[in-house]
Every structure is written in C-alpha cells, then in structure tokens.
Design a protein around this ligand. Structure first.
Ligand code: THU
Length: 143
C-alpha cells in the first residue's frame, strides 16, 4: 500500500529536524515512497567544504537505492527556517529533479511540497521537470 501524503509530509518534517545544516541553517527533509510501499527519509547534509553538501531529496534516493529500491511513486519535501518555522514552498532543486527522474515515471510521480505541518501542494515530476531527459533516451531504438 502507498503511504498517504500526510504521512509523507510528517516523515519529511521529522527528517528535516535531523538535518546537518550548520552553514545555511536551512534544514530540509524528504520522505520518498518506493513502489514497494516502504518510505525512505533523507535530510540535507552540509559540509565545511560547501560543494560536498547533499540535498535531502538526493540523500533519500541514495538511501533507498542502497536498500535495493529503484522504483518510486512520490516524495514529500519539508524545510525549516533558522528560527524553526516551516519554510513554505521548498520545491526540489534542479539537480534533485533530474535525480528523481532516473527512477520515476514523470507524469505519475507526485511531489508534495509542505507549506505548513498540515498543508502541502502537489506537483507531478513532469510539471517540475518538463521535456525531461531520462534513461530511455540511451536505449537503442526498438526495431
Ligand atoms: N536543499 C535541500 O536539501 N533540498 C532542496 O530542495 C533545496 C535546498 C538544501 C541544500 C542546502 O544544504 C540548503 O538546503 C540551502 O540551500
């Protein structure tokens, strides 16, 4: 069974609280639903060498793939401002959108972006990453 959006948003918010973001103080959490029904959480992990940091969404993907998951149906993203309040409208960055595209059917994959602990907006990956490039582009043409 697939998790409800409210469960994913709650899991994303929990993960955001565990982010390692001492440089931006912008803590982000993601909860990624696999086709199996399992949910994998991720948080942004920053580094003193700034470019080494990773976003919450890609951290969740890496974690899920390491557990053997390669098909995903939805992700929730929630962010916390330095004062601890929810930062509304934290949509995945471009790098994360492309990373999700690798494992998702863009028209079906849902992205829930938290605006508060109990409200979110829903997008499809196709809306956030139109005309996207994906793995099928590298397959030989079918005869
Ligand atoms: N960040 C995420 O983790 N996900 C997003 O969707 C946007 C940005 C992180 C990266 C960096 O650690 C901090 O938020 C500020 O950009």
């Amino acid at each position: 069974m697939q998790p409800a959006p409210e469960e994913l948003v709650a899991r994303a918010l929990e993960a955001a609280k565990r982010a390692h973001a001492p440089y931006s103080s912008f803590r982000v959490g993601a909860a990624l639903a696999a086709a199996s029904g399992y949910v994998y959480a991720g948080a942004n992990v920053e580094n003193a060498s700034y470019p080494c940091g990773i976003c919450a969404e890609r951290a969740a993907v890496a974690r899920a793939v390491a557990e053997g998951e390669t098909r995903f149906t939805a992700i929730a993203v929630a962010a916390l401002r330095p004062d601890g309040a929810i930062a509304a409208g934290c949509t995945p960055c471009g790098l994360c959108r492309q990373t999700l595209r690798e494992f998702a059917a863009p028209g079906d994959f849902k992205v829930y972006v938290a605006d508060s602990a109990s409200s979110w907006r829903t997008f499809t990956l196709a809306e956030l990453l139109p005309e996207s490039f994906g793995p099928e582009a590298l397959k030989p043409p079918q005869t």
